[in-house]
Structures are given as structure tokens and as C-alpha cells.
Design a protein around this ligand. Structure first.
Ligand code: PGA
Length: 251
């Protein structure tokens, strides 16, 4: 069946990468993307901000997209240590991840902060990838769908459209653990997310929904074939070019 939404395979490098190895990794991924010559999918890497400029330069012309992992709400100002969406855009980013569970947990980011960051991304001309996902305790308590609904309602800014929003469903318990939900569970969560988006976003049927959490080359085809899954947000497996490209090929 032909896909109506353009799949997106996004790599989140997190706090990994020093210049030499990171440039080599980015170049290897870019070479694979160039060789793929894909027009039926997008491939994105989100390296640490220290390497964004060099990597954006190194992969230019390959078709590989480059994004940030987070941004500040403001465009500039007295915010020591922070990076604005405008700064990411300035060095070649096209996308930015906002509301990753590690930032929600480690940095206390609330839905309202995530929403403001998504708006900051728009202001700078970036496409935000808004992350949501339930913890294991929430899932076991039967509250996963309620949590997803609350996060969506709080994190998706008013005025979002299919062209200005990507949502990533990342069950917290699946991130970096090697555990994944079953494909019916992924499909059910994505169907629920799309239903909730229906009340928030005009043309919600066109919003891309990524699955994230322990995606690797060997499980990508199955996860990407689940209903309403339009791509993947990949952590650990994005740090190996072969593995990440295998996921991109599995679309
Ligand atoms: P993982 O991380 O692929 O290592 O589970 C995913 C993520 O945090 O985006």
C-alpha cells in the first residue's frame, strides 16, 4: 500500500560524539543516503549542538537532513548555556526535537514548556518533533492513553498543521532498554494519538507520527509496518552508520 505521509527516519545522537568520530559517522550516513537517492523518505540526524555546524557542512548535498535535540524558548538573551532555535537554524538545522523524555525527566520540562519550544521552532523556521510517551508505571496502571492525550493537548501548540508538526511516540520504558511494545500495541497507541490530534490539528490525518524506543535494524521493518507509523526516532542505533542506514532502508 502506498504511503500518504512521507516517512521520516530521525537519529538522536544525544550527548555522544567528539569531532573526529562524529564527522566520520555523519559522512558515512550521508554517503548511504546519497546512494539511496530516496525521494520517498527523509533521513535526519540530530547530533550534539557542538558538532551541528561542521556536520551540516560535511553532509551538504547528500540529502541527509540535520537537526537539533532541544532549543530554548527565547530567540536570544540572558540564558547561560542555552541554544535558541534561531541558532540551530543559523548553522544548518531544519528540525528540532522538543520534549524528549530525558529532558522532561532530567530538566523538568513540562508540557507547557514543550509547547513553547515547538512555537520557538516555528518562529525560527524549524520543524519541531514533539515527543510524548508513557512510563512503565503509567502503562501498567492502564493510564497510557490518558497520559498521551494529556501530553498532546499540553504540548502541541495551537495552529499546528500537518506541515508544521511531527509527533514522536516514545514509551519511556522502551528507550535504551532493548524492549519494545508489540506491533499491535504500537499501532493502537498511534491510532489513539491520531484520534486525539484530530481534535487539535486541522488535517490531523497528514501529521507524521514516529515511533521511538529501541528501534534497530532487525526490528525496524516490523515496527515501521505497524498502522499509523510514519517513521522512527532512533537513539542508540543511530550511532552506527550501518545500523541506522538499515533502519532507513527498512521503510
Ligand atoms: P533508543 O532511544 O533508540 O536508544 O531506545 C530512542 C530515543 O531516545 O529517542
Amino acid at each position: 500500500m502506498a504511503r500518504t505521509r512521507l516517512p521520516l527516519i530521525a537519529g538522536n545522537w544525544k550527548m555522544n560524539g567528539l569531532t573526529a568520530d562524529a564527522l566520520a559517522l555523519a559522512k558515512a550516513v550521508a554517503a548511504g543516503v546519497k546512494q539511496g537517492g530516496w525521494t520517498d523518505r527523509e533521513v535526519l540526524i540530530c547530533p550534539p549542538v557542538t558538532l551541528l555546524m561542521a556536520i551540516a557542512e560535511a553532509v551538504k548535498g547528500s540529502g541527509l537532513l540535520v537537526g537539533g535535540q532541544d532549543c530554548h524558548v527565547k530567540a536570544s538573551g540572558a540564558c547561560t548555556g542555552d541554544v535558541s532555535a534561531e541558532m540551530l537554524k543559523d548553522v544548518g538545522a531544519s528540525h528540532v526535537i522538543v520534549g524528549h523524555s530525558e529532558r522532561r525527566t532530567d530538566c523538568g520540562e513540562t508540557d507547557a514548556v514543550v509547547r513553547d519550544k515547538a512555537e520557538a521552532a516555528w518562529r525560527a523556521g524549524l520543524l519541531p518533533i514533539v515527543c510524548i510517551g508513557e512510563t512503565l508505571a503509567e502503562r501498567e496502571a492502564g493510564k497510557a492513553f490518558d497520559v498521551l492525550e494529556t501530553q498532546l493537548k499540553g504540548s502541541v501548540p495551537v495552529g499546528a498543521t500537518a506541515a508544521t508538526l511531527v509527533v514522536a511516540y516514545e514509551p519511556v520504558w522502551a528507550i535504551g532498554t532493548g524492549k519494545t511494545p508489540t506491533t499491535p500495541d504500537v499501532a493502537a497507541a498511534h491510532a489513539h494519538i491520531r484520534k486525539v490530534l484530530g481534535g487539535l490539528v486541522p488535517g490531523a490525518a497528514g501529521v507524521r507520527l514516529l515511533y521511538g524506543g529501541s528501534v534497530k535494524g532487525s526490528n525496524a521493518a516490523e515496527l515501521l509496518a505497524a498502522g499509523d507509523v510514519d517513521g522512527a526516532l532512533v537513539g542508540g542505533a543511530a550511532l552506527k552508520a550501518d545500523e541506522f542506514l538499515a533502519i532507513a532502508k527498512a521503510v
